[in-house]
Design a protein around this ligand. Sequence first.
Ligand code: PLP
Length: 423
Amino acid sequence: MAVSSEGVWIVDAEGKRYLDASGGAVVVNLGHGRAEIARAVAEQLGKLSYAHPTMFTSPPVEDLATALSVHTPGDLNRFYFMTSGSEANETALKLARQIHQARGEHDRSVLISRWRSYHGLTMGALAAAGRPAFRVPFMPMLHDAVHIPPPYCLRCSYGLEHPSCGLRCALALDETIQNLGPKVVSAFLVEPVSGATLAAWPPPEGYLQLVREICSRHGVLLIFDEVMTGMGRTGDWFAGCRYGVTPDIMTLGKGLTGGYLALSAVAVTQEHYAAVEQGLGAFSHGGTYSHHPVGCAAGLAAVRILEQEKLVERAEAMGRFLGQQLREHLADSPFVGDVRGVGLLWGVELVADKKTLRPFARSEKVAERLWQHLFEQGVILYKAVGLAGVDGDALVVSPPFIINQEQITLVAAAIKEAISEVL
Ligand code: PLP
């Protein structure tokens, strides 16, 4: 039972301290116990606790949109606020359909996404998800997505190598769009850096640029799911910026308030939003807790902390140190097949055979066992399973941006110790 938290630490009912090196579910970007956010939330609750989103906007909603638009790339400067990452992705899918409808392209309904992906717990987001464990229990979907292989070079679906592969996995998008027929596809939904499902896997060089070009050529909207990667996690404000690629729609969640309140957002370009306004009058969507003034006050306070304490820059610097430490501590381990990441989002892929990269079988529960051992030692990580289909395990290291070098070294050493104890 967790009873208190401060900085990078969570304390349980027995007084035991845990180093939160996963930031919960890759959420706690600013660290725990921020008095500034508590104050902003309390002040907002005292001023205006709720106003229905179809009747009013409010200062925190407008101010958060303005604050975010300073950092979002291109003209991605119109926002819609919801409460969870799942809802943000649902909102993005509906928005994409309405953008096409507003332009008279009523047949554009198909969503393309990637295998081994996760986009949320609701039915539309699950249709986009590419991990069988998430999908199969809910088949048939209301409207399933069409899936293409991810750019997971370590276990390439085509058995090729980058860059001689010519980015075959991105060309699969072009092929799929053409096979489905002209003006049938609505959007391609993708995480620019794969978070939980591929354990912090960055895109190979040129991948995002190529999918951007393919989408633009076919009039398909490119949606970046930055629920996990946004708000500085990858060492840039948004992962797309890191690779110089701007999507048509971007979703945010998790780090938007750093875990202090439930808030998510969809950002869309001014140009697409204007098309919806012109063609349909307005975006047809709305929930009881859309544009919540208190959630947005927490989000605004979080953005100000990122800016004032230069925490995005810190995520980049500490991330480099974390990568170095993980590699130094784990390079010789016979059970570590790969260490990769960007910013403060790193993955340690565990393998049964280092030479062939043969993954551990799911039944061995390797990530779970390591996670449990580390938890008992007071270090919290995030686990990823099913990287090679049903098999394949990894640990994700994604601490708050305020973590220091001493704590990073402690985490890397703890993983090393756990692997030698458990495996
Ligand atoms: N998208 C990605 C990439 C995620 O990692 C998650 C959650 O882990 C979601 C969407 C769903 O967000 P939420 O759990 O807030 O609904």
